[in-house]
Write a protein of this length. Structure first.
Length: 120
């Protein structure tokens, strides 16, 4: 894939804690690219026509999008339902679901950065 978790920055209307968590997690991911998808790790799901796929709404339900504070969805170049999400604790998730079965093909979780001590 030629994308990264930084595509999460394209969310419109990021504010407050959610935006800070997203930026923080993006910095962590930049420092640890081996944990994220790379161009050599392309996930390929299917060549089946999209008429046979489950809908985006069904994919979001199977991904459990309601459990996250931020969710970005797209169809990957390998024809998977692809999700990037951040939970309330700041954990970033990249997940690929098979578009016909809805099964998770691959999921990567990045824990949040440790909190920095407050400066006085």
């Amino acid at each position: 894939m030629t994308h990264s978790f930084f595509t999460l920055w394209s969310f419109s209307g990021l504010r407050g804690l959610a935006g800070a968590a997203l930026l923080c997690c993006g910095a962590l991911l930049a420092a640890a690219p081996a944990q994220a998808s790379s161009a050599t790790e392309k996930v390929v799901c299917t060549d089946a026509p999209r008429a046979q796929w489950i809908s985006e709404a069904q994919a979001r339900e199977r991904f459990r999008a309601q459990d996250y504070v931020l969710v970005k969805y797209k169809v990957s170049s390998g024809n998977c339902h692809e999700f990037y999400a951040v939970d309330a604790q700041g954990t970033v998730v990249e997940s690929y679901l098979h578009p016909i079965t809805g099964e998770t093909v691959r999921s990567t979780r990045m824990p949040p950065l440790p909190s920095a001590p407050a400066k006085h």
